[in-house]
Design a protein around this ligand. Structure first.
Ligand code: ATP
Ligand code: MG
Length: 431
């Protein structure tokens, strides 16, 4: 019997973890500077947090991991996205009553979707997302895009493009929905099953179809921009003016409708145009939503947010030759010439660690030569050599690998010696 992880999942191994740490550190820094605070919501929620009435999205209809335990009638779902849980928490914890609105939140963590695994598409993947709840101001739409844009720019990504569109207000979408139904009326019979469902539930989503998108009838579909109310148009113009002011380049894509039903006004996708990305090229995407806070029993309040797939972000970095993370070297590796001295070595190691130095020793009683190989492999700055002398006069040798200089010190003075040698090294570099 052998065991393999489920399809579409991954182990993030120690050799790759420094990439993730680098991303997580940068996320913290950016959210700190932009004044967004972290929220951690449950990994599973009641199913109706995600499945809200007549939702037409694939994610809700086909991709959710939903389960009911034998002794319960409660249906639970592993979260497929972050926004719903955050909005639920915003209402449950009465954050709408905070004196400083909007509430600006971010999250990082796994999401679960049952889709066909391929490059850039997994069943468990990690998202960094932000949500701003409780204010409707085009500058916030700009701020959220700017946060994501400067984040990917800070990583060095250059092949990135902002695609943006507006879905307008309710009035806009009602008029547009009717126009789309009229347009597709005679052809819907020949379109895919999903489109047939969307035709009734939410015809806007037909435009997002990955099966039928080459059909002629798709290309001649009416444009949302012709149905925008004056208010919706003005709102969108202000968002675009904000992006212009910050020199964030964008392309208006009037076919962009996004996968979830709750969006209104601004929607956007930031894609990598790097050829290695294939069809999974959207790195982060989101938009403004109304009605979500109300759905969970809160007041009528607007929100805006996006989510970034971190695996896709890493692929985008790889595509552009950007190396993430680095394996920090050891400060010191402790060697002993004979296994009878291992307790002395262990004592020295413990003192070195208490001194804050990243350090390790051999636990396999290997030969001195083999231990020296570990010094190399772990890129240790110092080797701490312990031999019979430690029993004779209590001394050990602290050896700097780079220039082979060394100090002979009492075992209990090992941290002082390291402090001294690191300081000399530092001074040396500053000269
Ligand atoms: P797609 O059209 O690629 O299915 P989506 O519209 O379902 O994307 P969102 O729900 O907006 O995606 O999620 C935001 C981001 O999360 C995506 O832009 C992508 O980077 C990432 N993402 C979504 N689904 C997956 C997945 N199955 N595997 C890896 N990353 C994903
Ligand atoms: Mg999807």
């Amino acid at each position: 019997m052998s065991y393999q992880m489920p399809k579409g999942t991954q182990d993030i191994l120690p050799k790759d973890i420094s990439k993730w740490h680098q991303l997580e550190d940068l996320i913290k820094q950016f959210c700190y500077v932009y004044d967004y605070q972290e929220i951690r919501t449950p990994i599973f929620e009641h199913t109706n947090v995600f499945k809200r009435g007549n939702d037409s999205s694939d994610m809700v209809n086909k991709e959710m991991y939903t389960f009911t335990l034998d002794n319960s009638s409660t249906s639970l779902t592993l979260r497929p996205e972050g926004t719903a849980g955050v909005a639920r928490s915003f209402v449950e914890n009465k954050m709408y009553g905070y004196s400083d609105l909007p509430v600006k939140l971010y999250y990082v963590g796994p999401q679960f979707r049952h889709e066909r695994p391929q490059k850039g598409r997994q069943r468990i993947f990690n998202q960094f997302g932000i949500e701003v709840l409780g204010a409707k101001n085009p500058l916030l739409d700009v701020e959220t895009i700017a946060l994501g844009w400067s984040f990917v720019s800070a990583l060095g990504l250059k092949d990135m493009k902002v695609l943006i569109n507006t879905l307008g207000d309710d009035e806009t979408r009602s008029a547009y929905r009717i126009a789309l139904q009229n347009h597709f009326k005679n052809d819907i019979e020949n379109m895919c099953g999903d489109c047939k469902r969307r035709y009734h539930q939410n015809p806007l989503r037909i435009l997002d179809c990955k099966v039928d998108h080459e059909l002629e009838i798709m290309k001649t579909a009416p444009k949302m921009s012709d149905y925008l109310t004056a208010d919706s148009k003005a709102y969108f113009q202000q968002v675009l003016a904000g992006l212009d002011a910050l020199d964030i380049p964008y392309e208006i894509d009037d076919r962009l409708v996004r996968g979830l039903d709750y969006y209104t006004h601004t929607v956007f996708e930031v894609v990598s145009v790097n050829e290695q990305m294939g069809s999974q090229s959207t790195v982060f995407a989101g938009g403004r939503y109304d009605g979500l806070v109300e759905y969970f029993g809160g007041p009528e309040m607007s929100g805006i947010g996006w989510a970034m797939g971190l695996e896709r972000l890493i692929l985008a970095c790889e595509g552009e030759g950007i190396e993430l993370g680095e394996d920090a070297a050891l400060d010191a590796y402790v060697l002993c010439s004979n296994e009878n001295l291992s307790l002395q070595a262990f004592k020295a190691l413990t003192m070195i660690r208490a001194g804050g130095y990243r350090s390790d020793m051999d636990y396999l009683n290997r030969s001195f030569k083999a231990q020296f190989k570990s010094v190399d492999r772990k890129h240790a700055t110092f080797a701490i050599l312990i031999d019979e002398k430690v029993l004779e006069d209590g001394t050990i040798t602290v050896k700097k690998i780079a220039d082979k200089s060394q100090l002979i010190v009492k075992l209990e003075d090992v941290v002082d010696a390291l402090d001294q040698m690191f300081e000399d090294d530092h001074d040396h570099h500053e000269e």
